[in-house]
Ligand binder design. Structure first.
Ligand code: F0G
Length: 350
C-alpha cells in the first residue's frame, strides 16, 4: 500500500526512527502525456499533475516533511504566510497531528477554495491589509521571537519534501527530462526540483540533468526584471509575489542548468489554462498554467528548434477546483430551460 512520500523516499530524506510521520499519502502523482501540446511545441510534453495531492497542490510534499519535523521537535504551533495553497496544506497537516496552525494571507487575494480549506481544517486565518511579501515578513518576525514553527518554504524541510517530485519524474521516465517547466512564485519549488534532479544524477539514477524553465507572471516577475516588485499583480494569485524568498537559489537553478526564467502575461496564462482544460481534460489553477504558457511562448519564439522531439515536463502545481471563480469567468453560464425533452433535443441540435 502506498503510504506517502516519506515512506517511499525515506533514505533520501532527513528523517529518523524518532520522526513521527504525519502523512496524508501525498505524492505519487501522475505524469500525463499531452499529444496536443506535443504537436504544438514539437517536444514530447508531459504534465506532472500535482493538483492530485491530498489538499490539491504540491505543497503537501513539503508539508508532510515540515510538520513531521515540527512534531519531532515537540512544536505545538505552526505558522505561515500564504497566497492560499501553503495555508490549506499547513492547516490540513496540523489538524492531522493536533497542532495549532496560524496563517497570514493577503486580504481579498486568495482563491475561494483555498480559504475554505484553511478554515474547515480550523486554522486561525488572519487576513492582512498587505501583500504576500508583507505577510511573510511578519511571519518571520513572529516565529523568530516565539516558539512557533515557520512552515513556509524557507523552512529547509519543505524543500526536502518537494524535491521528491523530481524523483518521481525520473522514475516514471527512466531519466530526467530534457526540460523541466515550472511556475515560479516564492521560488521554493524550482529550488526543490533542481535539488532532487541533482541528487538522483549524483546517485546515477538519472543520466542527465534537465534545463530548468521557470515562469513568473508578467505583473509579478522580480527575478526576470532583476528587481523587487513593490506592488505585484496577476490573475494567478498563487504566484503574486514581488520578493521571492528563494530568489538566489532559483537563479542558481536557472544558470547551473543552462535554463531560462521568463515571464508570461495574464492573457497567456489564461489561454494555457483553458487549453489544458478543454483540450487535455486537465483542470489546473491559473498559476499552474504558467508552465504551459511558458513553453508555448518559447515554442513561438523558436527556442525549441534545436531540441525538437526532446522531452519536457510541465509541473501543474495546483488543482483547478481551488479557484472556481476564475473558471466561471472564462465560460458562459449554462442555459436554463424547461424540463422538456423536445426543448432539450433542440438545444443539443438533434
Ligand atoms: N503554483 C501554485 C499553485 C502555488 O500555490 C505556488 C506558490 C506556486 C505555483 C509557486 O511556487 O512559491 O515555490 O515558487 N504558492 C505559495 C503559497 C506562495 O503560499 O501557497 P513557489
Amino acid at each position: 500500500m502506498y503510504q506517502g512520500l516519506i515512506h517511499r523516499y525515506r533514505q533520501y530524506l532527513p528523517v529518523s526512527d524518532k520522526t513521527p510521520i504525519v502523512s496524508l499519502s501525498e505524492g505519487n502523482t501522475p505524469l500525463i502525456f499531452s499529444p496536443k501540446l506535443s504537436e504544438k511545441t514539437g517536444l514530447k510534453v508531459y504534465l506532472k499533475y500535482e493538483g492530485l495531492n491530498p489538499t490539491g497542490s504540491f505543497k503537501d510534499r513539503g508539508m508532510t516533511m515540515a510538520i513531521s519535523k515540527a512534531a519531532e521537535k515537540g512544536a505545538k504551533i505552526v505558522m505561515c504566510a500564504s497566497t492560499g495553497n501553503t495555508s490549506a496544506s499547513a492547516a490540513a497537516y496540523a489538524a492531522r497531528c493536533g497542532m495549532k496552525c496560524c496563517v497570514l494571507i493577503p486580504n481579498g487575494n486568495i482563491a475561494m477554495g483555498k480559504l475554505a480549506q484553511a478554515m474547515i481544517h480550523h486554522a486561525q486565518v488572519i487576513a492582512i491589509e498587505g501583500n504576500f511579501d508583507n505577510a511573510l515578513d511578519l511571519v518571520k518576525d513572529v516565529t523568530a521571537k516565539y516558539p512557533i514553527e515557520l512552515v513556509n518554504s524557507i523552512n529547509p524541510f519543505r524543500i526536502e519534501g518537494q524535491k521528491t517530485a523530481a524523483f518521481e519524474v525520473v522514475e516514471d521516465l527512466g531519466d530526467a527530462p530534457f526540460f523541466h517547466a515550472i511556475p515560479v512564485g516564492n521560488a521554493g519549488n524550482i529550488t526543490a526540483y533542481w535539488k532532487g534532479y541533482n541528487e538522483f544524477f549524483a546517485l546515477k539514477k538519472a543520466k542527465r540533468l534537465p534545463k530548468m524553465l521557470g515562469f513568473q507572471a508578467a505583473g509579478s516577475a522580480p527575478i526576470v526584471l532583476d528587481h523587487v516588485v513593490e506592488d505585484p499583480h496577476t490573475v494567478a494569485t498563487a504566484i503574486k509575489i514581488g520578493n521571492p524568498a528563494s530568489w538566489k537559489s532559483a537563479v542558481a537553478a536557472r544558470d547551473d542548468s543552462n535554463g531560462v526564467i521568463d515571464m508570461v502575461t495574464d492573457e497567456e496564462i489564461m489561454m494555457a489554462y483553458e487549453l489544458l482544460a478543454s483540450g487535455d481534460g486537465v483542470f489546473c489553477e491559473p498559476a499552474s498554467a504558467a508552465s504551459v504558457a511558458g513553453i508555448l511562448k518559447l515554442a513561438e519564439q523558436k527556442y525549441f528548434k534545436p531540441f525538437l522531439g526532446e522531452t519536457v515536463v510541465c509541473t501543474l502545481t495546483g488543482h483547478g477546483l481551488k479557484d472556481p471563480t476564475n473558471a466561471m469567468k472564462c465560460v458562459k453560464e449554462p442555459c436554463v430551460v424547461k424540463a422538456d425533452i423536445k426543448i432539450i433535443l433542440k438545444e443539443i441540435g438533434l
